[in-house]
Design a binder for this molecule. Sequence first.
Ligand SMILES: NC(=O)c1ccc[n+]([C@@H]2O[C@H](COP(=O)([O-])OP(=O)(O)OC[C@H]3O[C@@H](n4cnc5c(N)ncnc54)[C@H](O)[C@@H]3O)[C@@H](O)[C@H]2O)c1
Length: 315
Amino acid sequence: MWNLTKQILITGGLGQIGYFLTSKLLLEEEVEITIVDNFSSNKVFPEDLPDRVHVVEIDVRNFLQEIKQIRVSFDTIYHLAAQISVPFSMSSPLIDFEINSWGTLQVLEFARVRESQVIVVGSAAAIGEPRSVPVSPAHSRDPLSPYGASKATSEIYALTYYRSYGLPVAVVRPFNVYSHLIKPGDSYAGVISVFLSRAKQGLPLVIFGDGRQTRDFVYAGDVANVMVEIPKRNDLWGQTIHVGTGTETSILELANLVLELTRSSSRVEFAPPREGDIKRSVADIGALKQFGLPLPRPLKEGLALLLANKGDTSV
Ligand SMILES: NC(=O)c1ccc[n+]([C@@H]2O[C@H](COP(=O)([O-])OP(=O)(O)OC[C@H]3O[C@@H](n4cnc5c(N)ncnc54)[C@H](O)[C@@H]3O)[C@@H](O)[C@H]2O)c1
């Protein structure tokens, strides 16, 4: 009898996006999931996951050496493992490179030899300060930090493996991802979790700069919804897919939205701008529309979901 269970590997699967991706994949039948993670910035723990998910402690810097002990091949690999801190990349560019670039290259090489499909998660940080918005996937890469450079390198290798070897590879670039898993106490908590927490406590919402800088905030569950669709199709290999709402939100608008939804009387305060903060960012989501991929929910809906505390079930 043929075994039809799909074998899926998720690197960095214990992180924010990995959690939603795992939950979404488990809703689909006949998958067995292996997660490799080094527990450096995990948001969930192995005991939180069902039996069909196997968690193995591996550092992607040693991926090729260590994965052989686990399994010889996978149908699909989602490569999410990365160190995601820009300040860390500034102070430790070599380690950032080893994890984000060298780790990705090892995953791609494993996929080439073992004939797996790969979805590599890139980052808009690869682009740097966009020359035009909405940011097209074809925009040139001019990263402003070692993190941006290591993610750019990983994207370039991924697409090169598609062109050179015909490996089925797609790059997914989420914009600013949020969910209930990011806590204000986390070392590099996103602005959304900080604003929500402070608004609920009646503390001032502090904006760095004039608040006119913009971002495209996308719910982590919606990033997962796009990622699970990719291996079901054959027209997405070789593509870079931007995942955002396509709507530009200024930090001042975000602050006001948070105040409205939390009915908070917190004040908005302004602090000096942070060095290296990009001015405008919003995804060109033409590819999502063109390929009929699921569109992320608007920010207001995602924030309402977080406030209703339903984040963990909404994939
Ligand atoms: N969060 C965002 O806004 C955002 C935006 C664009 C791209 N991304 C990319 O999405 C991916 C996932 O991000 P996330 O938000 O879930 O981050 P996260 O920090 O929550 O998850 C990353 C996971 O990778 C693991 N990890 C880190 N270094 C590792 C290593 N050397 N070996 C093995 N595992 C390691 C961590 O323990 C963690 O579980 C990353 O590749 C990131 O660059 C994130």
